[in-house]
Design a protein around this ligand. Sequence first.
Ligand code: FCB
Length: 441
Amino acid sequence: MKYTRKDFPDDFLFGVATSSYQIEGHSFGGAGETQWDTFAATRANVVRAETGAIACDHYHRYEEDLDLVAAAGFDCYRFSTSWARILPHGRGSPNQQGLDFYDRLTDAMLERDLKPCLTLYHWEMPSALVDLGGWRNRDIAKWFGDYTEIIMSCIGDRMFSTAPVNEPWCVAWLGHFTGHHAPGIRDIRATARAMHHVLVGHGTAINIMRGLGLGNLGAICNLEYAMPADNSKAAERASRLYDGIYNRFFLSGMFKGEYPANVLEGIESHLPANWQDDFPVIQAPVDWCGINYYTRKLIGPTSDTWPAYMEVEGHLPKTDLGWEVFPAGLEHLLKIVQHDYTGDLPLYVTENGMANDDIKVGINIDDAARTDYLNTHLDVVQNTLVEGVPVKGYFIWSLLDNYEWSSGYEKRFGIVHVDFETLKRTPKSSYHAIAKALLKA
Ligand code: FCB
């Protein structure tokens, strides 16, 4: 790596991120069916119809995995609890085995001196709640609050930080507009409701946790840097709308108590009645904001129905998922978020990393491209720190190769290789480079 931890402020935290359904093995320990199980069982949704049934078998191998996190010198471990593992039917009686698992997992982090950074919803909606409309149903906010109370009453006081929802844009838009993610709906009204209700769920969970006396609560958004595909006014307008839907809708809701006008043009008639009355909940104060960043998008206009934009292929080097590598976008977004939304609040890069077709050299796995990717993104984090943006930490996605949603097990993001036949873990060259960089004096 180009940097060591000494190049960053003393209180700057380095972490690695994972999520429950992507690594645990959802067929173990009494977890309930999730929207990803049925989405994957539907033709052409997921590569080879793969599911998270076994995933990385982290449910049984978590000690070995946390040993790897600790041995690399990370300060923090970002993980998520699965709603369907804790409440197999989404509501009602909790699954004691699930609560016990997260209790053991938390203690195992603390024993290794790792700060537990929890996300409460990383997309594994219990099927029983999808049957009731999932994020389309306003009651979801209350059910999410109940789930929050159950899990946080068990492990909340041992968390370093907690965020309710991973990436509201993906939840609402990939799940309900493009249909690329579970529950695979393609409907603007469903999308509008999901966009709003996911924020009501966020605020409800924050309020419940405050009520339990818990602190260091945040929000985690995925942001993409939107750029007009050419110099035309039409491309500029399309790109602003993409930015509005992808980035500003959720940030504006949580930090300003309003939705961007260009987004409302397309969704206002589909929002639930009296949506404005929910802003006091949506705006429940948070202590930090996390940004997941991977790429930029070039956006041009189309003559299609709203939002009438399209992604135009760019020519920068691309990762194995076809995402352009554009570190400058992270710098722009950190500055925009601070300037327009969060002011002095601490910011974290809560996910950053790349899918790579890693090369095996003998028993070693060479992922120099990943090390380069991380270096160039840490370069821009350095720039923002120099300019006084309060970035307090950086998390790599991900610890392990894992279930990459609709790409199944085909795309690899880990700094540790997983052989999905034997489940053997092999640290890649990036892992070794990071371990060197993070060595504590
Ligand atoms: C993010 C998700 C994470 C992973 C990475 C590649 O959007 O939070 O689960 O899929 O992308």
